[in-house]
Every structure is written in structure tokens, then in C-alpha cells.
Design a protein around this ligand. Sequence first.
Ligand code: NAP
Length: 263
Amino acid sequence: MSNRPMTADLQRVVVIGPGEVGRRLMRALATAGVQANPVTRDIGWEAIAGSGAAPILVCVREEALPAVFDRLGGVDPDRLVLVQNGWIRPLLGGWESASRALIWFTSKGEFFRELRPSLFGGTLAGPLVAALHRGGLDVAAVGDPEFRAAEAEKMGFNCVVGLPLAVHGVSLAEYLDQWTDEAHALFDESTTVCARALGVDPAPGWWHEFRRAVAPIGWVRAASAKALKFRNGAVLRLADDFGIGVPVTARLLAAAGYRPDEP
Ligand SMILES: NC(=O)c1ccc[n+]([C@@H]2O[C@H](COP(=O)([O-])OP(=O)(O)OC[C@H]3O[C@@H](n4cnc5c(N)ncnc54)[C@H](OP(=O)(O)O)[C@@H]3O)[C@@H](O)[C@H]2O)c1
């Protein structure tokens, strides 16, 4: 029997990190009749060795990825699907051939809302999307150029729905209403820099699509800005590399006390 990751109908997946995203994906897979084995920090790791070529959905946060990669040493990278939406490319190393997802739903406790179709790219995108769609999620599989453009676009979301809310102490709706110009500039800085890093062109409609998509989550607040290294901090670092200015990003990061060397 081949030990390559399966590309036909899924029967079984492993889900590392059954938190907000992981549990929603597991629920949809279960609805679709796919067996999903959860793996937490402490339990389930032995199932990976015994799971043949079953895809492994890595649903931990960005900052936990290096520890998970260490524990997965020796596993075929083509079995992995990474769902982190932050700037994780510098972490990938030998795992670059992993499939990836850009999650466009918001899950927080009881709240669950799909804002746009979640996008999957890579060799496992097709079978996963088929199963998740059967399980009731709004998902689509896209090719590499589309995925890279969508990744740059999602960084606009990541950089606006977080840092500036913490700095100004407002909800997303209040921020977009009262600091519209700053929000738009921050979105443009983030998407422009990431699009350049990914070799794609930002589309003129991204900002308006973002405004439309986030309307149901205007209540979101950020008590503190999290994972900045993978969001606005990554934009600042890339902009420095390109020798271009990102003044709104730099000002907001400084206001949050961000240090570029923070772990
Ligand atoms: N939530 C959303 O609506 C949403 C939307 C779009 C994108 N995302 C992205 O999805 C990713 C996951 O976010 P989330 O909201 O699902 O986070 P989460 O609720 O904190 O879930 C992360 C899970 O990973 C587990 N974990 C951490 N380190 C681990 C390790 N070494 N081994 C095994 N499990 C480990 C955590 O367990 P512990 O509880 O023990 O820490 C937790 O169950 C993030 O990159 C986020 O940006 C989330």
C-alpha cells in the first residue's frame, strides 16, 4: 500500500490542536463521515505513527508551530495541512510542501460565523475541501497563485483585526467607523508589502471586500495585541527588507510597545 498522503476521498484525518479552528473542522469532518483523531499537547501523538498516510491538520496557533514541527520530525510534510493565517512562511523550512488553509470563519466560544469561503491550497486541498463542504462548511480549493494572493489579502484582515483595536481600546466596528483613514492605510500597507513578498498584485477591491466581510464581527475587541510577530511585526520586517516605509504599521507597533526581537 502506498504511504503517500491520500488524494482521493478522505476516510481519516489527524487534528493537532483541537481548539477553536480545530474543533470546527473536526465537527464538519465528522458530519461528512470522516474519522478525525484529535491530538492535544499530551494525548494522541501515538495515533500519528499508526495513521498511515492520513492527512494531519495542524490547528495550533502560529507561535506553537515550531514545537509541533519538532514533534512531527520524520513525518512526510505532504501529509500536513497548516491552518495558521499569519505570516508563517519563515517558519516552514523543510515543511514547505505542506498544504495550507486560510480560514475565513470566526469561532469564539459559542460564536461561529463564516465571513467568506475558507480557502485551501496544496496537494490535499481537493479531498479536504470535498469533505468539509459535505460537512457544511463554506470552503474552496485554489491553485498556488490564487492562494498567494489570498494570503496577502488575509494579512490585511490579520493586521487590522487586532493591533489597532488594542492600541485605541475600541471594537472593530468603532475602529472602522472612527479611524477609517488609518484603518484603510494600515490595510493597504499590510497587503501591499505581503503581496510584494509573495510576487502577486494587490487587487483594488480588497479593502471594500474586507469591510463587507467583517460586518458580522464588528463587536470584536482585542484586550492586547497578540502574535504581532506573525502579523504587523512581519509586515514591518518585510517592509524594512524592501526598503519601503510603513508609517502606520510602525506607529501602531511602537504604541503597543512591540520590540522586533520579541520571541
Ligand atoms: N479562532 C478563529 O476564529 C480563527 C479564525 C481564522 C484563523 N485562525 C487561526 O487559526 C489558528 C488557531 O487558532 P485558534 O483560535 O483555533 O486557537 P486556539 O483556540 O488557541 O487553539 C489552538 C489549540 O492548539 C493547542 N496546542 C497548542 N500547542 C500545542 C502543541 N504543542 N501540541 C498540541 N496542541 C497544541 C491548544 O491547546 P492548549 O489549550 O493546551 O493551549 C489549543 O487547543 C491561529 O493561527 C489563528 O490565527 C483562527
